[in-house]
Design a protein around this ligand. Structure first.
Ligand SMILES: Nc1ncnc2c1ncn2[C@@H]1O[C@H](COP(=O)(O)OP(=O)(O)OP(=O)(O)O)[C@@H](O)[C@H]1O
Ligand SMILES: [Mg+2]
Length: 240
Protein backbone atom coordinates (compact mmCIF):
# COMPACT_ATOMS: atom_id res chain seq x y z
CA UNK A 1 0.00 0.00 0.00
CA UNK A 2 1.32 3.44 -0.86
CA UNK A 3 2.12 6.00 1.84
CA UNK A 4 -0.85 8.32 2.46
CA UNK A 5 -0.47 11.91 1.22
CA UNK A 6 -1.67 13.09 4.61
CA UNK A 7 -1.65 11.67 8.11
CA UNK A 8 -2.91 13.79 11.02
CA UNK A 9 -2.29 12.21 14.40
CA UNK A 10 -3.72 13.20 17.78
CA UNK A 11 -4.55 16.78 16.80
CA UNK A 12 -5.67 18.93 19.70
CA UNK A 13 -6.96 22.46 19.58
CA UNK A 14 -8.47 24.54 22.35
CA UNK A 15 -10.13 27.90 22.10
CA UNK A 16 -11.11 29.77 25.26
CA UNK A 17 -13.88 27.64 26.75
CA UNK A 18 -13.99 25.12 23.89
CA UNK A 19 -11.88 22.01 23.41
CA UNK A 20 -12.58 22.02 19.67
CA UNK A 21 -10.36 19.05 18.74
CA UNK A 22 -9.39 16.33 21.18
CA UNK A 23 -6.95 13.91 19.65
CA UNK A 24 -8.27 13.76 16.08
CA UNK A 25 -6.70 11.44 13.48
CA UNK A 26 -7.26 11.78 9.74
CA UNK A 27 -5.60 10.05 6.78
CA UNK A 28 -5.94 10.85 3.09
CA UNK A 29 -4.49 8.52 0.46
CA UNK A 30 -3.26 9.20 -3.06
CA UNK A 31 -6.27 9.76 -5.33
CA UNK A 32 -8.69 9.52 -2.44
CA UNK A 33 -11.71 11.70 -1.63
CA UNK A 34 -12.44 11.70 2.11
CA UNK A 35 -15.69 13.26 3.25
CA UNK A 36 -15.45 15.03 6.59
CA UNK A 37 -18.80 15.12 8.34
CA UNK A 38 -20.20 16.16 11.67
CA UNK A 39 -22.75 18.45 13.23
CA UNK A 40 -22.36 22.23 13.38
CA UNK A 41 -19.51 23.16 15.70
CA UNK A 42 -18.01 19.64 15.66
CA UNK A 43 -14.60 21.01 14.67
CA UNK A 44 -14.43 20.30 10.93
CA UNK A 45 -13.32 23.80 9.90
CA UNK A 46 -10.93 23.99 12.85
CA UNK A 47 -9.23 20.73 11.79
CA UNK A 48 -8.93 22.02 8.23
CA UNK A 49 -7.55 25.35 9.45
CA UNK A 50 -4.86 23.45 11.37
CA UNK A 51 -3.94 21.66 8.14
CA UNK A 52 -4.10 24.88 6.12
CA UNK A 53 -1.74 26.76 8.46
CA UNK A 54 -4.44 29.09 9.80
CA UNK A 55 -4.37 27.69 13.35
CA UNK A 56 -1.40 26.13 15.14
CA UNK A 57 -2.41 22.87 16.87
CA UNK A 58 -1.86 22.61 20.64
CA UNK A 59 -0.67 19.02 20.19
CA UNK A 60 -0.47 16.35 17.53
CA UNK A 61 1.47 15.57 14.41
CA UNK A 62 1.02 16.14 10.68
CA UNK A 63 2.81 13.94 8.13
CA UNK A 64 2.90 14.66 4.41
CA UNK A 65 4.05 11.71 2.28
CA UNK A 66 5.08 10.03 5.52
CA UNK A 67 7.36 12.84 6.73
CA UNK A 68 6.50 14.98 9.77
CA UNK A 69 5.97 18.66 8.92
CA UNK A 70 5.14 21.86 10.73
CA UNK A 71 2.77 24.12 8.83
CA UNK A 72 3.37 27.55 10.37
CA UNK A 73 1.21 29.68 8.10
CA UNK A 74 -0.98 29.74 5.03
CA UNK A 75 1.81 30.39 2.53
CA UNK A 76 3.75 27.42 3.93
CA UNK A 77 0.67 25.27 3.39
CA UNK A 78 0.37 26.35 -0.23
CA UNK A 79 4.10 25.81 -0.82
CA UNK A 80 3.55 22.25 0.37
CA UNK A 81 0.78 21.82 -2.21
CA UNK A 82 -2.18 22.26 0.12
CA UNK A 83 -5.02 24.36 -1.29
CA UNK A 84 -7.87 25.48 0.91
CA UNK A 85 -11.30 26.49 -0.27
CA UNK A 86 -12.73 28.16 2.79
CA UNK A 87 -16.26 27.92 4.07
CA UNK A 88 -16.32 31.70 4.27
CA UNK A 89 -15.61 33.58 1.04
CA UNK A 90 -11.99 34.61 0.89
CA UNK A 91 -11.91 36.88 -2.16
CA UNK A 92 -11.28 40.61 -2.58
CA UNK A 93 -14.15 42.22 -4.42
CA UNK A 94 -12.26 45.39 -5.36
CA UNK A 95 -10.05 43.27 -7.66
CA UNK A 96 -10.96 41.44 -10.84
CA UNK A 97 -11.28 37.67 -11.25
CA UNK A 98 -7.74 37.00 -12.53
CA UNK A 99 -6.14 39.12 -9.79
CA UNK A 100 -8.02 37.10 -7.19
CA UNK A 101 -6.96 33.80 -8.73
CA UNK A 102 -3.28 34.86 -8.74
CA UNK A 103 -3.36 36.94 -5.58
CA UNK A 104 0.07 37.16 -3.96
CA UNK A 105 1.85 35.21 -6.70
CA UNK A 106 1.11 37.20 -9.84
CA UNK A 107 2.99 35.98 -12.90
CA UNK A 108 6.12 38.12 -13.15
CA UNK A 109 8.29 39.16 -16.09
CA UNK A 110 11.96 38.79 -15.31
CA UNK A 111 12.88 42.40 -16.29
CA UNK A 112 14.07 45.08 -13.90
CA UNK A 113 10.57 46.50 -13.54
CA UNK A 114 9.25 43.11 -12.44
CA UNK A 115 6.12 43.86 -14.42
CA UNK A 116 3.17 41.63 -13.89
CA UNK A 117 2.62 39.44 -16.94
CA UNK A 118 -1.05 40.19 -17.05
CA UNK A 119 -1.66 38.54 -20.41
CA UNK A 120 -0.43 35.17 -19.10
CA UNK A 121 -2.42 35.60 -15.90
CA UNK A 122 -5.64 36.37 -17.77
CA UNK A 123 -5.14 33.49 -20.26
CA UNK A 124 -4.51 31.01 -17.44
CA UNK A 125 -7.51 32.27 -15.52
CA UNK A 126 -9.75 31.88 -18.59
CA UNK A 127 -8.68 28.21 -18.72
CA UNK A 128 -9.67 27.58 -15.09
CA UNK A 129 -12.98 29.41 -15.50
CA UNK A 130 -13.82 27.27 -18.52
CA UNK A 131 -13.04 24.10 -16.58
CA UNK A 132 -15.45 25.23 -13.86
CA UNK A 133 -18.08 26.34 -16.37
CA UNK A 134 -17.98 29.89 -15.08
CA UNK A 135 -18.99 32.10 -17.97
CA UNK A 136 -17.35 35.40 -17.02
CA UNK A 137 -14.32 37.28 -18.36
CA UNK A 138 -11.13 37.18 -16.26
CA UNK A 139 -11.13 40.99 -16.08
CA UNK A 140 -14.61 41.18 -14.50
CA UNK A 141 -14.53 42.90 -11.10
CA UNK A 142 -15.45 40.45 -8.33
CA UNK A 143 -18.08 42.92 -7.10
CA UNK A 144 -20.08 42.20 -10.28
CA UNK A 145 -20.35 38.46 -9.54
CA UNK A 146 -22.93 36.55 -7.52
CA UNK A 147 -21.83 34.82 -4.30
CA UNK A 148 -21.89 31.45 -6.10
CA UNK A 149 -19.69 32.82 -8.88
CA UNK A 150 -17.30 34.28 -6.31
CA UNK A 151 -17.07 30.87 -4.68
CA UNK A 152 -16.18 29.34 -8.05
CA UNK A 153 -13.38 31.94 -8.33
CA UNK A 154 -12.04 30.61 -5.02
CA UNK A 155 -12.11 27.14 -6.49
CA UNK A 156 -10.27 28.42 -9.60
CA UNK A 157 -7.65 29.83 -7.24
CA UNK A 158 -7.19 26.37 -5.68
CA UNK A 159 -6.91 24.74 -9.13
CA UNK A 160 -4.25 27.24 -10.17
CA UNK A 161 -2.08 26.08 -7.25
CA UNK A 162 -1.88 22.56 -8.75
CA UNK A 163 -2.49 21.26 -5.27
CA UNK A 164 -1.76 17.67 -4.25
CA UNK A 165 -4.07 18.05 -1.31
CA UNK A 166 -7.25 20.00 -1.69
CA UNK A 167 -9.42 21.04 1.24
CA UNK A 168 -12.98 21.93 0.30
CA UNK A 169 -14.94 23.26 3.26
CA UNK A 170 -18.62 23.15 2.26
CA UNK A 171 -17.81 24.24 -1.30
CA UNK A 172 -21.33 23.80 -2.63
CA UNK A 173 -23.26 25.65 0.07
CA UNK A 174 -24.11 28.52 -2.27
CA UNK A 175 -23.95 26.69 -5.63
CA UNK A 176 -26.83 25.65 -7.87
CA UNK A 177 -27.38 22.01 -8.80
CA UNK A 178 -25.66 22.47 -12.16
CA UNK A 179 -22.69 24.24 -10.57
CA UNK A 180 -22.48 21.49 -7.93
CA UNK A 181 -22.44 18.76 -10.59
CA UNK A 182 -19.71 20.60 -12.46
CA UNK A 183 -17.67 20.96 -9.27
CA UNK A 184 -18.06 17.25 -8.45
CA UNK A 185 -16.80 16.53 -11.98
CA UNK A 186 -13.69 18.61 -11.28
CA UNK A 187 -13.18 16.75 -7.98
CA UNK A 188 -13.33 13.42 -9.87
CA UNK A 189 -10.75 14.67 -12.40
CA UNK A 190 -8.41 15.80 -9.63
CA UNK A 191 -8.79 12.46 -7.89
CA UNK A 192 -7.93 10.58 -11.08
CA UNK A 193 -4.82 12.77 -11.35
CA UNK A 194 -3.76 11.50 -7.90
CA UNK A 195 -4.73 14.44 -5.69
CA UNK A 196 -6.08 13.83 -2.19
CA UNK A 197 -9.26 15.70 -1.39
CA UNK A 198 -10.94 16.43 1.93
CA UNK A 199 -14.53 17.31 1.25
CA UNK A 200 -16.40 18.89 4.16
CA UNK A 201 -20.14 18.81 3.74
CA UNK A 202 -23.50 18.36 5.41
CA UNK A 203 -25.01 16.96 2.18
CA UNK A 204 -25.14 13.18 2.27
CA UNK A 205 -26.05 12.91 -1.42
CA UNK A 206 -22.72 14.51 -2.28
CA UNK A 207 -20.94 12.08 0.05
CA UNK A 208 -22.55 9.13 -1.72
CA UNK A 209 -21.69 10.56 -5.10
CA UNK A 210 -18.08 11.53 -4.53
CA UNK A 211 -16.47 10.15 -1.37
CA UNK A 212 -14.32 7.03 -1.16
CA UNK A 213 -14.52 7.17 2.63
CA UNK A 214 -16.20 9.28 5.29
CA UNK A 215 -14.93 10.45 8.66
CA UNK A 216 -17.35 11.84 11.20
CA UNK A 217 -16.31 14.31 13.86
CA UNK A 218 -18.70 13.51 16.63
CA UNK A 219 -19.52 15.11 19.91
CA UNK A 220 -18.89 12.20 22.28
CA UNK A 221 -19.08 13.93 25.55
CA UNK A 222 -20.22 17.36 26.52
CA UNK A 223 -18.79 18.43 29.82
CA UNK A 224 -20.28 21.62 31.01
CA UNK A 225 -18.19 22.86 33.88
CA UNK A 226 -19.79 25.95 35.18
CA UNK A 227 -16.65 27.37 36.78
CA UNK A 228 -17.29 31.05 36.41
CA UNK A 229 -17.82 31.65 32.69
CA UNK A 230 -16.05 28.48 31.55
CA UNK A 231 -18.11 25.96 29.61
CA UNK A 232 -16.01 23.22 28.07
CA UNK A 233 -17.07 20.89 25.31
CA UNK A 234 -14.99 17.82 24.53
CA UNK A 235 -15.09 16.44 21.02
CA UNK A 236 -13.83 13.30 19.36
CA UNK A 237 -14.07 11.57 16.05
CA UNK A 238 -14.96 8.20 14.70
CA UNK A 239 -14.74 6.65 11.27
CA UNK A 240 -17.54 5.13 9.20
N1 LIG B 1 -11.39 31.28 16.20
C1 LIG B 1 -12.15 30.72 17.14
N2 LIG B 1 -12.18 31.19 18.40
C2 LIG B 1 -12.94 30.60 19.36
N3 LIG B 1 -13.69 29.51 19.16
C3 LIG B 1 -13.70 28.99 17.91
C4 LIG B 1 -12.93 29.55 16.85
N4 LIG B 1 -13.15 28.82 15.73
C5 LIG B 1 -14.01 27.85 16.08
N5 LIG B 1 -14.34 27.94 17.38
C6 LIG B 1 -15.22 27.02 18.13
O1 LIG B 1 -14.72 25.71 17.94
C7 LIG B 1 -15.79 24.79 17.75
C8 LIG B 1 -15.64 24.12 16.41
O2 LIG B 1 -15.95 25.05 15.37
P1 LIG B 1 -15.80 24.72 13.83
O3 LIG B 1 -16.04 25.99 13.10
O4 LIG B 1 -14.52 24.02 13.60
O5 LIG B 1 -17.01 23.71 13.58
P2 LIG B 1 -17.57 23.09 12.19
O6 LIG B 1 -17.61 21.60 12.40
O7 LIG B 1 -16.78 23.60 11.05
O8 LIG B 1 -19.06 23.65 12.15
P3 LIG B 1 -20.00 24.03 10.87
O9 LIG B 1 -20.56 22.74 10.36
O10 LIG B 1 -21.05 24.90 11.48
O11 LIG B 1 -19.15 24.76 9.89
C9 LIG B 1 -17.07 25.61 17.90
O12 LIG B 1 -17.50 25.48 19.23
C10 LIG B 1 -16.63 27.01 17.57
O13 LIG B 1 -17.44 27.96 18.24
MG1 LIG C 1 -17.24 24.70 9.40
Amino acid sequence: MSIPILQMRGIQKRFPGVHALKGVDLDVGVGEVVALLGENGAGKSTLMKVLGGVHAPDAGEILLDGAPVTIRNVSEASKRGIAFIHQELNVLDNLDVASNVFLGREAIWGGPMRLVDTRKMYDQTAKYLKRLGLDVRPDTPLSKLSIAQQQLVEIAKALSLNARLLIMDEPTSSLTLTETERLLGVVRDLRSEGAGIIYVTHRLMEVKEIADRAVVLRLLLVERRKAGMCVEEVRHECEV
